[in-house]
Design a protein around this ligand. Structure first.
Ligand code: HPA
Length: 243
């Protein structure tokens, strides 16, 4: 059973037929909301809305550990994370879908590990390739089959938020090698790795990052997201092929 972590806007996936919801308690507190079990084209999936079903939980306040723990507990066998990002690289313009292959973590103060409790030995988890390559390839194939253009690879720079970045911060991130910027990849990706769950992101570019493209004065994120809303249909077509 594949797990889908929905990002901004993905709370209502068409063709997703819910069967039941389950409220989970975890040793790390409450997940962002109930897990919603259901089917896409007859295939079992479990869905959780990262920002809560009413979209009230900011990126730095998400209980990433509870979310991942809950998905592991119900025996999900992989996680597709949906995420909206700002485009930095020239080909990552608003409207583009991309499956990133690397991460740079600029977040701070988020609970980063399941292995920090009490007197458990320290664990240094390999994270050379932060995304699960087989799941990435499945996503790329599914996009091909769905006839949806998609970009293979790119570095997801994860900022703390909830504010957007300054133009100078985006210049610095670009210099570091960041191709797109979002606020939720970390610690979601490392916690999935620690929990033994394959994890890949299907990112949707909703806007040019600060100072990029025509965003010389300001980034209007909500407006950008509204303009690019039809992308949810494209994401769903890919997910239907994937499951
Ligand atoms: N910055 C950070 N996170 C984002 C952006 C952005 O420009 N767009 C969507 N998520």
């Amino acid at each position: 059973m594949l797990a889908i972590i929905g990002g901004t806007g993905a709370t209502q996936l068409g063709h997703f037929v819910p069967t039941h919801r389950r409220v989970m308690r975890t040793p790390y507190g409450d997940p962002s909301g109930a897990l919603t079990f259901g089917r896409i084209d007859g295939q079992d999936v479990v869905f959780i809305a990262r920002h809560g079903y009413g979209h009230t939980i900011a990126p730095h306040q998400i209980n990433y550990r509870a979310n991942i723990w809950a998905l592991a507990e119900v025996q999900a066998d992989g996680i597709v994370a949906l995420a909206s990002v700002g485009g930095i690289r020239a080909d990552l313009a608003p409207g583009v879908l991309v499956v990133p292959d690397q991460i740079i973590d600029y977040t701070w103060g988020r609970a980063q590990t399941f292995f920090s409790d009490g007197d458990k030995p320290i664990v240094h988890t390999d994270f050379t390739r932060p995304y699960d390559e087989p799941l990435r390839q499945r996503l790329l194939r599914a996009a091909l089959q769905a006839g949806e253009g998609i970009v293979d690879g790119g570095t997801y720079a994860c900022t703390q938020g909830p504010r957007l970045e300054t133009a100078a911060e985006i210049r610095r991130i670009a210099g570091d090698g960041g191709d797109m910027v979002g606020m939720t990849a970390m610690p979601e990706a490392i916690l999935a790795r620690e929990a033994g769950l394959g994890y890949a992101t299907l990112a949707f570019v909703s806007n040019w990052a600060a100072g990029m493209g025509d965003n010389t004065e300001r980034v209007a994120l909500e407006a950008a997201r509204e303009q690019t809303a039809p992308s949810l249909e494209r994401i769903l077509r890919i997910l239907r092929q994937l499951v």
